[in-house]
Design a protein around this ligand. Structure first.
Ligand code: ZN
Length: 406
């Protein structure tokens, strides 16, 4: 194909499982020039991922860069919704890509998650104790659409494994499938069925699958752990279809008993299906929380209720700073503090319990002028929105041409 390799930028890794020292320092040549042999624990940077044998693969530098960028976004003069957008457009895909290529350790990943969540809550003007779910759910449902790093990692690993095992190219498929058979065989030490392999991948620890074999960490052990973790939340698992002789991933629907089975021919849909199910799980969790549940149940119903999240359209900073707190019932009202024995009375009218936002917004008498102004503002907005060709609009009078008192 006319390709030329730069031998200085290449590296070779030779592993022999039958030897005491697994890594052989064999010298290879490419186009007549020697290639650097990698030793055990030595890494080669491949697309930002340290690659090698028994290498700590967590791309510390890449993670550090991403966190620095997040801090820069935070310090910028962007509007809060633009900060969320910048995070989702530039940083999350970067993290996603990194997770696809490397085995990132849990601790640094949780650290990234914590820092990003803290920033997003700050941009949403939410107190840090507010429900995490709002950060993770989609704009359409009223959230910030920022994925939880652990979920992102599990989805990336499962999707990557599925794509390898169902690759249309038989060579690639076999290179992936053979070590998987070996890993499964090593675990249960007997002849394998396809069912065994899917049980292994799904992270089953029943009977023979539960034996601790001190397996060398590989894509397959990671797939197993990822499916097991995600399976506990959303119930997804690997399946072998005997009839069609093909591999699939079963993803249950959160609000019904239905299941989606992603087959090899629909392999491109797996990532989206898993993410959608994770989103619905967070939506359902938030709906069932006593404090935010009531408002969230309504605001998550219609896209129109959340139109401003993606672009901040028709939204003043004052509105933005109020709305997420109001929806999650985190507005610092006298009655909302559950601990201690403090005065819960309304600071305006003296009503016994200033606990509910509805009291402040709709039934605190000193604000009655504000109710009227709010009513008029909404009414006037509707009047402007109705096209003139639809007829005359009457405001604040009985219905013309009828006897109705309405
Ligand atoms: Zn009041």
């Amino acid at each position: 194909m006319g390709l030329h390799f730069n031998a200085k930028k290449c590296a070779a890794l030779h592993i022999d499982g039958s030897k005491r020292d697994l890594v052989q320092g064999t010298g290879f040549q490419i186009q007549g020039e020697p290639v650097i042999p990698l030793a055990e624990g030595q890494a080669y940077q491949h697309l930002g991922t340290p690659t090698g044998f028994r290498v700590r693969q967590t791309p510390e530098d890449t993670i550090q860069e991403i966190l620095q960028d997040a801090t820069k976004i935070d310090a910028s003069l962007l509007a809060p919704w633009q900060k969320i957008n910048a995070l989702n457009t530039f940083l999350i895909p970067h993290i996603s890509f990194t997770l696809r290529g490397s085995a990132v350790a849990k601790v640094p990943l949780n650290k990234v998650d914590k820092i990003i969540r803290k920033l997003v809550k700050k941009w949403l003007f939410l107190p840090q104790r507010a429900s995490h779910e709002l950060v993770y759910i989609t704009y359409r449902h009223g959230g910030a659409n920022v994925p939880r790093m652990g979920d992102l990692c599990d989805v990336a690993v499962i999707t990557h494994a599925f794509c390898l095992l169902t690759c249309p190219d038989a060579t690639v498929r076999n290179i992936a499938a053979n070590p998987l058979r070996d890993a499964t065989e090593k675990q249960i030490s007997r002849a394998l069925s396809n069912q065994d392999i899917t049980n292994f991948l799904s992270g089953s620890f029943d009977g023979e699958f539960g034996r601790d074999e001190h397996d060398i960490a590989s894509l397959w052990s990671r797939t197993r752990n990822a499916t097991c973790r995600l399976g506990k939340h959303i119930g997804c698992r690997w399946e072998w279809c005997e009839e069609r002789q093909e591999l699939g991933v079963r993803v249950p629907q959160i609000r019904s008993d239905d299941n989606t089975i992603v087959t090899p021919s629909a392999r491109g849909l797996l990532e989206r299906t898993l993410k959608a199910t994770i989103h619905s799980l967070y939506v359902e969790t938030l709906k069932h929380k006593p404090d935010p549940g009531k408002a969230f149940d309504l605001t998550s119903k219609w896209d129109a209720s959340n139109h401003f999240l993606a672009g901040g359209g028709f939204t003043r900073f004052a509105d933005w700073q109020f709305i997420h707190r109001a929806r999650l019932n985190c507005v610092p009202l006298n009655g909302a503090v559950h601990h201690g024995n403090r005065d819960k009375r309304c600071r305006k009218c003296g009503y016994s319990n200033e606990s509910s936002l509805p009291h402040v917004l709709c039934s605190c008498k000193p604000h009655s002028r504000a109710w009227q102004l709010r009513h008029n503002a909404i009414q006037n907005r509707l009047v402007t929105a109705i096209a003139p060709r639809l007829g005359d609009i009457s405001v604040n009078c009985t219905i013309p041409g009828t006897d109705s008192q309405l």
